[in-house]
Design a protein around this ligand. Structure first.
Ligand code: C2E
Ligand code: MG
Ligand code: MG
Ligand code: MG
Length: 285
């Protein structure tokens, strides 16, 4: 009786694994197709200067409009793209498209693009970035590259050399999801980042949670000491925002300001901001 149950649950487990493998395989096939047919698009989420309230730039987040399933979340296909190597063409096309789009925005607005560790191992990241800049005409200072600390876990000399070369081009390097890894702090010694993005798990509950506020406070003071811009991810409430302001955090990003939007909406978003600015100017005058 017990034996039968054990066999039954094992079969169930096997079936579940099988379904998971099949679903990943399906995503891989369809993703390859989507890349080939140029279906993927960056959506852009604003980065807000918390002192002035102005948009300083946008983070490009990949979106996959799927014929049957609607918009598929990157959480579902980025891992598959990384396991299959598809992250290389995907990352390349995101970079090119983001630079082209950003080149049509006002000159003081940046674009941030996420890079996967695999793109660093491909060996030609530097020329891919250089080409995207040249082809779009986007000045390097308007491009930010977001990396996660898993990249630096390898402690590879080639990765560090590529990071330094990218920075020498004039692009900014941001550490994404800060605080989620095992030893975020030690990486700040191995590479001079321009920006640290505090992971949204630390922003959650700010205002209600004293520990969260203490952590934000120390990251902000770390940032000031290092001369690095501190951005808070996942800002959802006014309470979180006011706490971040109090602590002197430089930038914020989150649903409170805006979700990611297609490029077609970005110009009007910026125009609306400029409208507000000129109203302010009129009031002052
Ligand atoms: P990330 O780089 O940390 O991007 C921030 C994620 O947080 C985005 O999820 C964004 O939509 C979400 N977010 C923003 N504000 C809020 C908020 O107020 N509340 C909550 N709950 N979430 C918020 P998204 O677009 O689903 O992307 C997930 C992850 O997928 C990204 O995390 C990034 O690691 C990866 N990703 C997205 N696009 C690319 C890409 O082009 N290349 C690579 N390599 N990875 C990408
Ligand atoms: Mg990011
Ligand atoms: Mg992040
Ligand atoms: Mg994240």
């Amino acid at each position: 009786r017990a034996k039968l149950d054990a066999r039954g649950s094992f079969a169930f487990f096997e079936a579940a694994l099988d379904a998971r493998a099949q679903s990943r395989r399906k995503i891989e096939v369809e993703l390859r197709d989507a890349i080939q047919n140029d279906v993927l698009r960056p959506y852009y989420q604003p980065l807000i200067d918390l002192q002035s309230g102005r948009i300083t730039g946008f983070e490009a987040l990949v979106r996959w409009p799927h014929a049957e399933r609607g918009m598929i979340s990157p959480a579902e296909f980025i891992p598959v793209a990384e396991d299959t190597g598809l992250i290389n063409p995907l990352g390349g096309l995101m970079l090119r498209r983001a630079c082209l789009d950003a080149a049509t925005w006002p000159d003081d607005v940046r674009v941030a693009v996420n890079l996967s560790p695999l793109q660093f191992r491909s060996g030609n990241l530097l020329s891919i970035v250089t080409d995207a800049l040249k082809h779009s005409g986007l000045p390097p200072r308007r491009l930010e590259l977001e990396i996660t600390e898993t990249l630096l876990l390898e402690k590879s000399a080639q990765v560090l050399a590529t990071l330094h070369a990218l920075r020498a081009l004039g692009v900014r390097i941001s550490m994404d999801d800060f605080g989620t890894g095992y030893s975020s702090l030690s990486y700040l010694r191995s590479f001079p980042f321009d920006k640290i993005k505090i992971d949204q798990s630390f922003v959650r509950d700010l205002g209600a949670n004293r520990e969260a506020q203490a952590i934000i406070r120390s990251i902000v003071s770390l940032g000031k000491g290092l001369g690095v811009i501190i951005t808070a991810e996942g800002v959802e409430t006014e309470a979180e925002l006011s706490c971040l302001r109090t602590e002197g955090c430089d930038e914020g990003q989150g649903f409170l300001f805006s979700k990611a939007r297609p490029n077609a909406e970005i110009i009007s978003l910026l125009a609306a901001q400029r409208g507000i600015d000129s109203e302010d100017a009129a009031l002052v005058a």
